[in-house]
Design a protein around this ligand. Structure first.
Ligand code: HEM
Length: 143
């Protein structure tokens, strides 16, 4: 399945990346300025980034099927998928933690901020591995 002959996944990957990083930025600004409005916007951003990660992952699974079942390059997709699943878990727990314990940023600040920064590392590695799939292994390149 493609849209006007283009793979779907690259059209969707900007959203989880931008929304997660926006959530991190808003959380840090909220901590710095001590304003709860930023906290609320950060939570909204993390909810949207989780949804966007699910959507991008579904598109990625669809695009993956463009490759022949015996294509050896399929193996290179696995680390990228592991990154995507890890991101879903980390992002999901950030949302759950904030909803379950609204004062989490006060009571468990180092844990919450550390977990959030771990998500940034996972996000960057996942996106970099995605770039490797396209630019090194030529997956999804139109001929
Ligand atoms: C089950 C989950 C996923 C699968 C199976 C998957 C699969 C793929 C595949 C097959 C490609 C090669 C291009 C294509 O054919 O579309 C790709 C590229 C890429 N993926 Fe994923 N992906 C997944 C999740 C994600 C997530 C969650 C992100 C972002 C956080 C992401 C970021 C990227 C990026 C940045 C590229 C390079 C796009 C480009 O430069 O054109 N992927 N992925």
């Amino acid at each position: 399945m493609t849209l006007f002959g283009h793979p779907l996944h690259p059209m969707t990957v900007h959203f989880p990346i931008a929304l997660y990083l926006l959530g991190v930025l808003l959380t840090l600004v909220g901590l710095w300025r001590g304003q709860t409005d930023y906290d609320r916007m950060a939570l909204g951003s993390f909810v949207l980034s989780w949804i966007a990660t699910v959507a991008a992952s579904i598109a990625g699974l669809v695009d993956q099927n463009q490759l022949d079942i015996n294509d050896p390059r399929r193996a290179y997709i696995n680390p990228h998928v592991t990154g995507a699943i890890s991101l879903l878990v980390v992002n999901g727990l950030l949302v759950y933690g904030r909803l379950r314990w609204p004062a989490a940023l006060l009571t468990h600040r180092p844990l919450y901020v550390g977990w959030m920064l771990l998500g940034v590392i996972i996000l960057l590695i996942t996106a970099w591995l995605g770039g490797e799939l396209v630019y090194r292994w030529q997956i999804g390149i139109m001929s």
